[in-house]
Design a protein around this ligand. Structure first.
Ligand code: DX5
Ligand code: ZN
Length: 212
């Protein structure tokens, strides 16, 4: 299973060292873009992502927690991220947006809040490369994992297998040493971890997650 640390939870005053530590140890860098509308918090945007991109070779995993993502998505094309993920709840045009992202040779991801059933994306699953299951309500790092997320991951995995599609499952929120094996068994391909990785010794914490 691949690991994507949420940079939002990192010590921003020590970012250069943090990036060096992460460079050979993780698969992606998870960027939480929050607009203060779709979620109550305002985090960072394309200027900060550019800064990070200039200092690392780790593929970027862009998670847009913004209203009207169709306006924001194009700002991230130039950074050639691995994926751009927008929220199902934030747009009326998910298929058009996913197609636009794919046209740029970037993987198109959609994210589902805890309240949103995975069945809602079944009709257009083949238009997507990645589904991000939120295992906390979006907006903050450091929240506790919501247990019913496991059922959603399992259902989604079954759907993908049944349709014989190549769609990655990513899980975001409250991941730690205790729940990562459940998430993996349920079918996740990528896990995001913020506070678990950045509280204490980063190298040791990554190792702890990797043993599963
Ligand atoms: C929540 C963000 C998450 C969060 C993860 O709104 O999308 O990526 O930063 O942090 P932890 O692992 O601490 O829940
Ligand atoms: Zn996130």
């Amino acid at each position: 299973m691949k690991i994507s640390p949420s940079i939002l939870a990192a010590d921003l005053t020590d970012l250069k060292n943090t990036l060096q530590t992460l460079e050979s140890r993780v698969d992606f860098l998870h960027m939480d873009i929050m607009d203060g509308h779709f979620v109550p918090t305002l985090s960072f945007g394309e200027v900060y992502v550019k800064l990070l991109k200039d200092h690392t070779n780790i593929p970027l995993d862009v998670h847009l927690m913004v209203d009207q993502p169709e306006k924001e998505v194009p700002k991230y094309y130039d950074f050639s991220p691995f994926n751009i993920t927008f929220h199902y709840e934030a747009t009326n045009f998910p298929v058009r947006l996913a197609r636009e992202i794919r046209k740029k040779n970037i993987k198109a991801g959609i994210s589902l809040n805890p309240k949103t059933p995975v069945e809602f994306i079944e009709p257009f699953l083949e238009e997507l490369d990645l589904v991000l299951i939120m295992s906390v309500e979006p907006g903050f790092y450091g929240q506790a994992f919501i247990p019913f997320s496991i059922e959603k991951i399992k259902k989604l995995k079954d759907m993908i297998l049944q349709k014989d599609l190549d769609v990655l499952i990513e899980v975001d929120g409250g991941i730690n040493q205790e729940n990562i094996s459940l998430v993996k068994e349920a079918g996740a391909d990528i896990v995001v971890a913020g506070s678990f990785i950045f509280k204490g010794n980063i190298e040791e914490n990554i190792q702890k997650l990797k043993q599963f």
